[in-house]
Design a protein around this ligand. Structure first.
Ligand code: AHG
Ligand code: MN
Ligand code: MN
Length: 340
C-alpha cells in the first residue's frame, strides 16, 4: 500500500498547513467538522429506506411528528457541526431563506460557509446518489464582529475552499483550496476519509453530455443547435455523444470530472426577456465550477466563467455549463454563433 493511500483528510490538511506557515489551523478545524458532518449524513442516507421500518419497530414518536426529511436532517447536522467551531462568522444554506448567524455565545470566526445540505434529494427514495456541496470564503467585514450577508456575497473566484461529498456506492469527499483537487473515500469500518484520488484531473474531452432533454424546447437557439450537433451521427466529429443524466447535479458533475464531457443546466427561455435559471450560484454552481476549473476544465454561464459571476442575493440562480475544456469550447462556439 502506498503512503498516499493511508493519508487521512486531517493529515492532508495538516501537511498543507506546513506549506503555509501563516496558517492558524482554523481551516483544518473547519474541514474536520465538515468531515464529521459528512459521516453523520452518510449514516442517515445509508439507512434512509429503513426509517419507516425502524420507526414501526419501536421508535415511536409520541408527538406524532412527521419524520424529518433528509434535507432538513442534513441541514441541522451541518449547522450543529459548524456553529460552535469558532471558525465561521455566518452561514447560508439552500434550506434557509436568510443568512444563518453564529449564536452570540460562540466565537465568531473569519470564514463563511455556504452549503447545499443534500443535493439531488428528490432521488433519495429511489436509492440514487445524492450529495452535499460546500463553499468557503474569508469574511470581508472586520474580525470579531457578527458576520453579514456581504461576507457571503462574494464571487466563486475568491473561494478559499470548495468541495462536495457524494453519498454514492461509497462516500467520497472532493475538495480544492485552489491548488488542485483531491478526493477522499470514506473507509466505513475506520470512519476515516482516506486519500484515494490525489490530484484529480478532468480529461480534455469526453463523449458524454448531461442535460435534462425534456426541456429541449425551452432552451435558447444556441443550446438547441449544440445539442442537435452532438446527437447527430457524424463520423468526422465523432458524434453522437452518449447522454448521462442522473438528476443529481453532484453525481452528474462528479462523473463528468472523472470521464470528461459536460454537464449543462441552461436557461429556460420561454419568456425570452426573462430567461430563468435553476441552479443556485453560491452553493451549487460556484463550488462545483471551482472544482472543475481546478481539475483543468472550464465553467461558463455562456459569457464568463461561473467563478466571475457576482452574486446579489444568497439564492441567486445561474445558467451553468461545466466540464472538459474541449467540450465547453465546442459549446461556446454555438452560443457565440446563435445567442449573441
Ligand atoms: P436540490 O436537490 O438541492 O434541490 O437540487 C436539485 C438540482 C440538481 O441536483 C439537479 O441537477 C437538478 O436539480 C435537476 O433538475 P431537473 O429535475 O429539472 O432536471
Ligand atoms: Mn442542489
Ligand atoms: Mn438541496
Amino acid at each position: 500500500m502506498s503512503s498516499e493511500r493511508t493519508c487521512t483528510i486531517e493529515r492532508h490538511f495538516i501537511d498543507q498547513q506546513y506549506k503555509h506557515p501563516e496558517a492558524t489551523g482554523e481551516l483544518t478545524r473547519l474541514m474536520h467538522q465538515l468531515a464529521f458532518a459528512a459521516k453523520q449524513i452518510t449514516k442517515e442516507v445509508r439507512s434512509a429506506g429503513l426509517s419507516d421500518i425502524l420507526g414501526a419497530a419501536g421508535h415511536t414518536n409520541v408527538q406524532g411528528e412527521a419524520v424529518q426529511k433528509l434535507d432538513e436532517i442534513s441541514n441541522d447536522v451541518i449547522y450543529r457541526a459548524m456553529d460552535h467551531a469558532g471558525v465561521l462568522c455566518c452561514m447560508a444554506s439552500e434550506e434557509r431563506e436568510k443568512m444563518i448567524p453564529i449564536p452570540s455565545e460562540f466565537t465568531s470566526g473569519k470564514y463563511t460557509l455556504a452549503f447545499d445540505p443534500l443535493d439531488g434529494s428528490s432521488n433519495i427514495d429511489a436509492n440514487i446518489n445524492v450529495g452535499t456541496i460546500f463553499s468557503i470564503h474569508k469574511r470581508v467585514s472586520p474580525d470579531g464582529t457578527p458576520g453579514t450577508e456581504a461576507d457571503l456575497l462574494q464571487t466563486g473566484r475568491s473561494q478559499v475552499v470548495a468541495g462536495y461529498i457524494v453519498y454514492g456506492s461509497s462516500t467520497m469527499m472532493v475538495y480544492t483550496t485552489g491548488h488542485g483537487v483531491n478526493g477522499f473515500t470514506l473507509e466505513p469500518s475506520l470512519g476515516e476519509f482516506l486519500l484515494s484520488h490525489p490530484n484529480m484531473r478532468i480529461p480534455d474531452y469526453g463523449k458524454y453530455f448531461s442535460i435534462n432533454m425534456g426541456n429541449y424546447h425551452y432552451w435558447s437557439e444556441g443550446v438547441r443547435k449544440y445539442i442537435d450537433h452532438i446527437t447527430t451521427p457524424d463520423s468526422e466529429h465523432g458524434t453522437p455523444y452518449s447522454q448521462r443524466y442522473i438528476g443529481s447535479m453532484i453525481a452528474d458533475v462528479h462523473r463528468t470530472l472523472l470521464y470528461g464531457g459536460l454537464f449543462m443546466y441552461p436557461f429556460d427561455c420561454r419568456d425570452p426577456k426573462h430567461p430563468k435559471a435553476k441552479l443556485r450560484l453560491l452553493y451549487e454552481a460556484s463550488p462545483m465550477s471551482m472544482i472543475i476549473e481546478q481539475a483543468g476544465g472550464l465553467s461558463t454561464d455562456g459569457k464568463q466563467s461561473i467563478l466571475d459571476v457576482v452574486p446579489h442575493g444568497l439564492h441567486d440562480r445561474v445558467q451553468l455549463f461545466v466540464g472538459a475544456r474541449k467540450n465547453v469550447d465546442e459549446l461556446l462556439g454555438f452560443l457565440n454563433q446563435y445567442d449573441q
